[in-house]
Ligand binder design. Sequence first.
Ligand SMILES: C[S@@+](CC[C@H](N)C(=O)[O-])C[C@H]1O[C@@H](n2cnc3c(N)ncnc32)[C@H](O)[C@@H]1O
Length: 475
Amino acid sequence: MTTQAPAEPLLQAFSDFLAQRIGLYFPPGRWPDMLHGLARAAPAFGFSTPEPCLRWLMSSELSRQQVEILASQLSVGETYFFREPAIFAALEKEILPPLIAARRTAGRQLRIWSAGCCTGEEPYSLAILLTRLIPDLADWSLSILGTDINPDFLAKAKHGLYSEWSFRAAPAWLKAQCFETPKADRYALVPRFKRLVNFDYLNLAEDAYPSVINNTNDVDIILCRNVLMYFEASAAAAVARKLHRSLVDGGYLIVSPTETSATIFPQFTTQPFPDAIVYRKTEAPSSPPAPPVVRAEAAPAHVVATAPPRLPLPETPPYDAALAAYAQGDYERVAALLVEQAGGDPLALALLARASANQGRLADAHRWCEAAVAADKVNPSLRYLLASVLDEQGLAAPAVTALKQALYLDQNFILAHYALGNLYRRLDNPTLAHRHFTHARKLLRQLPSGATLPDAEGLSAGRLGEIIDASEGLS
Ligand SMILES: C[S@@+](CC[C@H](N)C(=O)[O-])C[C@H]1O[C@@H](n2cnc3c(N)ncnc32)[C@H](O)[C@@H]1O
């Protein structure tokens, strides 16, 4: 039986729907691919033909599981170790050495994010490279995060088992030095490299980032290669804006050479390397020079002015202007607007703390948080913010205290339970970790799945529940 393809307007509507929910762009020339993917996904949604499935999908909010099913069939999963050698050469010779030298005397911390990591070859290549460049890696706090929308890819990445095809452009030493002896033509990554990378689900088109919750804040280097080329232009530009905010000042965004675009990445400066271009987040560009002031000649006294006097425009209050600057990731402007004005205003102090933390200035962030807490001692959100900064500073015990204080002030503070669960897990206390995760889950069940959580940077109740389930091995 042949199934008739859905009519053009329906295909266009579905293509728009995918661009919005997943970011993926299917222009008319790629509709056959879109339909094939949909036909493969339809049985998982209980349909035998694409058209009713397509109508049904567009008629409701998609759950994460449904997005995953669609993404599994529609996304392109091409990747391999040390892909685009020029980029890895730039990382090895130009980008990482000065960064490592600077961090060696300032906290020994590095955060790398492979966004759209597919089956893991990219973040593992970074882990291997960093191991070669940092001989005392055990004394460093290194975070390498790999995220993707496709759960099958993530499962394979976590497994760390690869076939010959993943090595098609790899340097000769790679297999011998970093993989175990192959069994049945499969190469298993040696555990000491595998341990360096954490994998998580993240939909670049929809999920919240930067966020301390999913480790996507204060990142030094983001690789988002061969991902945005499949995105619709406005969705790609929206991702670029958010990735910009996820970086520390001076941080790098690396896309594939074919993806560089002045319209999609206007907020970055470009830095050329031999055969590679990378983007850099530099200080906020200074505002364009003001147009020359044309001074009206002073009117002679006898001339009667005909135009009514202009009323002064109301000025935006500094806190509101700072909030707008924060939303655009212009943290320097937040400081310029508020440092002199904040006084004892806890909201302004908290915004200064967030802006400093997002720039990686943790000592300043800590100072602003303490001031905010002193200004409003019964505000649990401020204690939570303080705990996040303390945790970023590697001060786990004071972070636990601040979270307990937040929970003392509001025992139903879901995010504080979640953060405390994470901290206890890291402090090797699985019993207390589980207790707080369970409590968070119980509170989340009382909320509609789409409800946005306070202090959670846009994260929904349903999504946090999924994150907790995944971290406790329940999904
Ligand atoms: C071609 S692979 C690139 C892998 C790797 N970055 C590289 O360059 O070798 C593209 C990856 O982007 C992922 N992807 C597509 N849409 C995504 C989205 N909305 N959020 C996160 N990942 C997405 C796909 O699942 C796929 O794994």
